[in-house]
Design a protein around this ligand. Structure first.
Ligand SMILES: [Zn+2]
Length: 502
């Protein structure tokens, strides 16, 4: 028989420290696509939706895809925006009888009215579907998975890659488990074991040996007859909520104690490695000094500003790194993005080639990452900011920086955008006339995703902490809701021999 399945994608990673609330426009700035539009744009790319459709074709499902929506990481989602996106999903579930539900979520959504956006969505769904039909969800590797999500979704599968390149594969995995549940072959539940850490020590980087070991162990456990998915979530540290940090999930059936013991052993190992930070976070002066002397015989020096990563909800307008590069008179370099719509608007009144005085960046919160820079720049280009990705993460997908300018000062070309986005695809420079491959120095804002496309072209990669909102120095942020003690906030958990609490 052919099962009738409701699908939707609704994703947000909320940085609760950001003063920018995430409203409807923020979703429209990234993507908001109803049914057929979503199928056309995302139905055959590296997306959750494409994975759902793969499984739907395989088992002849009748799929009703309600919508696909995501906003770039930013502050809490407003009540209005949450309802605007949740309501059509709930209404569809109420108006039709579905055999199952399959959702592509992020897992770190915080709203104005609750700290667990995904739990709230699932609760509203369960109110109309009851607890009889199976619900499967996929999550980002940086989910802060709540107990409520695990109670309300039968099946949870998270990405196993960072940079994230397995969206479609993860969705297929969840879809296969859903199919077996619909057939009555299995009755899955999901258990969760957490660690009292802000996030996994390397943010769940899958180029770290320990993370690779845990994934191997997860894959092995998934081979058992009663285990269907093991997810290792790195957590998302820029959230002041009670249920924050790394979790290990097992979606399985049967002997719950065995699954829990396995998840606990993995969590204990994550805990044991809590001091193993792979990145060597330079300050901006150190980074600029390396850039000054760098010889690019094997490709450019790539400097990643970890702290001002818009992909973690930073404003993207921090200036400390750019200031250091200007002070060090770095040449043959590019820098991006500098998120400053006000400056783009100012530049729009000028002609390419003009010298223009700008007050660049540092406007959102100069306390994090540096205040505005008063500069005389040459306007190189202006555009609407549209591009299509070509890399492993966003290949074939349309994105936009909003109105965008490229300016030049000294030896540095600066990409100034209106919409904040992490720099992770070569097209984000190339579409605006900047060829990163031919530069000596490429400064960009990203934590880890840039590695998928920029590590292969780089002669060397260095990472710096500009002091912006997502600084890895956790103590710079004020936590009120986090359950204490929490590593690395409380000294009593510093001693490496302290076992995993709980
Ligand atoms: Zn992520």
């Amino acid at each position: 028989m052919s099962y009738k399945i409701l699908t939707a994608e609704f994703m947000h990673e909320s940085n609760t420290f950001s003063c920018i609330k995430t409203g409807e426009q923020a979703f429209r700035n990234c993507f908001f696509l109803r049914g057929a539009e979503a199928l056309a744009e995302r139905g055959d790319q590296n997306t959750e939706l494409a994975g759902f459709l793969d499984i739907g074709r395989k088992y002849d499902w009748q799929i009703d895809h309600v919508l696909s929506a995501a906003a770039g990481p930013s502050g809490k989602v407003t009540t209005a925006a949450f309802d605007w996106l949740a309501d059509p999903i709930i209404a569809a579930a109420k108006a039709n009888h579905y055999d199952g539900i399959l959702l592509g979520l992020h897992g770190a959504m915080v709203t104005d009215f609750c700290d667990d956006g995904e739990g709230e969505l699932l609760q509203r769904l369960r109110r109309v579907t009851g607890d009889k039909i199976p619900i499967a969800i996929t999550l980002d590797l940086h989910a802060n998975v709540s107990r409520k999500m695990c109670e309300l979704a039968n099946i949870i599968v998270s990405y196993k890659t960072y940079p994230h390149i397995d969206m479609r594969e993860t969705a297929r995995h969840a879809g296969e488990i859903l199919q077996r549940s619909l057939d009555g072959e299995i009755k899955p539940y999901t258990i969760r074991v957490g660690c009292p850490m802000r996030e996994e020590a390397n943010g769940a980087r899958t180029d770290s040996e320990s993370m690779l070991d845990w994934i191997r162990a997860a894959r092995k456990w998934e081979q058992r007859d009663d285990a269907f998915a093991v997810s290792i979530n790195g957590g998302f540290s820029c959230a002041d909520i009670a249920e924050v940090g790394p979790t290990v999930l097992v979606t399985g059936e049967g002997d719950i104690d065995a699954h829990r013991a396995f998840a606990s052993s993995l969590a204990a190992d994550i805990w044991k490695h809590r001091h193993d930070v792979l990145n060597d976070y330079l300050d901006v002066k150190e980074a600029a000094a390396i850039a000054a002397g760098f010889v690019s015989s094997e490709g450019p020096l790539v400097i990643a500003d970890y702290a001002d990563n818009p992909g973690a909800g930073s404003y993207g307008d921090a200036t400390n790194l750019l200031r250091a590069m200007l002070d060090a008179e770095i040449t043959d370099a590019c820098f991006g993005p500098m998120v400053d719509g006000e400056t783009v608007q100012h530049l729009l009144a000028h002609t390419c080639g003009d010298m223009v005085e700008v007050n660049l960046g540092g406007k959102m919160d100069p306390a994090f990452g540096g205040g505005p820079l008063k500069l005389q720049v040459e306007l190189v280009s202006l555009s609407e900011g549209h591009y299509v990705g070509t890399g492993a993460m966003i290949g074939g997908l349309q994105r936009s920086f909003g109105p965008t300018a490229v300016v030049r000062i000294g030896g540095i070309e600066i990409l100034i955008t209106t919409i904040a986005q992490q720099l992770l695809d070569l097209q984000q420079f190339r579409c605006f006339g900047i060829d990163p491959v031919s530069k000596r120095v490429v400064a960009l804002k990203s934590m880890q995703h840039f590695r998928a496309e920029f590590e292969p072209i780089a002669g060397r990669v260095i990472v710096c902490d500009s002091g912006a909102l997502s600084t890895p120095d956790y103590k710079q942020r004020q936590y009120n809701k986090v359950v204490r003690p929490m590593f690395p906030l409380d000294a009593e958990l510093d001693d490496p021999s302290v076992p995993l609490p709980g």
